[in-house]
Design a binder for this molecule. Structure first.
Ligand code: FAD
Ligand code: FES
Length: 255
């Protein structure tokens, strides 16, 4: 866990309100597990709290993030230009557990919208280890999809759109019901809105390896303020998304 000042190398819009951000600097030695995140300082003195973003990849001197503009911080970030210096703190949190997987085993990745961002790094890591990956990428409408060619070069991909403009017309649950009830996966990984994660936990309730990354508004990002609590399933208590997560098994928490 380290703080670094990185230079904005490139930023481009890849879908409506969705941006790819490449930062460069002294990151080559940072070990990370897909699912971990960084806290990024928005370059504006009125917004002191750093914002969390899942690590897509760290390759050579490049940190790759993908984000959606939802509020003032991400809007300001989208206006940053090449050469802008940005302070980044991390990697933080845990990551997706993968040590139990063996080459040629099959896994399922389920992404809702921008939830694809942290799953991209996981996809690359799994494929590099010889794991066979199927992806379900669910969005509201075709325009919200991104990185299709890259995904399809690495995995079998099913798309769902709520308005039927691309792929399967409906939600992720109805796609699984229609096409994937017979499939068996060694592990299921998810990231996206709470409703999607709840559906994954319900549908795969008897599966031993179901892991999802939760999104909670964070403040400190390092376990000190309790802004990010997630209710525990087995006990009267809470986990902290920033420190104990953001990845949890379905047995640990109520998504
Ligand atoms: C571990 C983690 C990893 C994340 N990774 C990514 C990522 O890779 N790409 C990405 O686009 N986003 C990611 N997010 C969400 C991202 O951090 C927020 O969208 C961002 O902080 C919003 O900042 P803002 O200033 O634009 O919005 P604000 O002005 O702070 O808030 C705008 C609205 O968004 C809501 N909001 C803010 N933060 C969150 C949050 N974390 N979860 C749900 N609602 C929120 C607020 O309640 C408010 O309604 C991640 C969040 C976490 C906790
Ligand atoms: S954000 Fe402060 S404890 Fe998690």
């Amino acid at each position: 866990m380290q703080q670094r000042v990185l230079k904005l190398k490139a930023q481009q819009q890849i879908a409506p309100n969705t941006f790819e951000l490449i930062l460069s600097g002294d990151v080559a030695a940072l070990a990370y597990q897909p699912g971990q995140f960084v806290m990024l300082q928005i370059p504006d003195t009125a917004h002191l709290l750093r914002r969390p973003f899942g690590i897509v990849t760290i390759e050579a001197d490049r940190l790759h993030l993908i984000y959606r503009t939802v509020g003032v911080g991400t809007k300001l970030l989208s206006q940053c230009r090449s050469g802008q210096l940005l302070s980044v703190f991390g990697p933080l949190g845990n990551g997706f557990p993968t040590a139990f997987l063996k080459p040629k085993q099959e896994v399922l990745l389920i992404a809702g919208g921008i939830g694809m961002a942290p799953l991209l790094g996981l996809l690359k890591r799994l494929v590099a280890h010889g794991i066979v990956v199927t992806i379900i990428f669910g969005v509201k409408t075709k325009a919200a999809l991104f990185y299709q060619l890259e995904l399809e070069s690495l995995a079998k991909v099913y798309y769902t759109t709520e308005d039927g403009t691309f792929g399967f017309h409906g939600n992720v649950n109805s796609l699984i019901e229609a096409k994937l009830t017979q499939a068996h996966y060694q592990a299921i990984y998810g990231c996206g809105p709470a409703g999607l994660l709840q559906m994954i936990a319900r549908r795969y309730q008897n599966h031993p390896h179901v892991y999802c990354a939760v999104e909670r508004p964070l403040a400190c990002g390092i376990g000190e303020c309790y802004a990010c609590v997630v209710p525990a399933r087995q006990q009267n208590g809470y986990y902290k998304a920033c420190e104990d997560g953001p990845v949890f098994s379905k047995e640990q928490v109520v998504f």
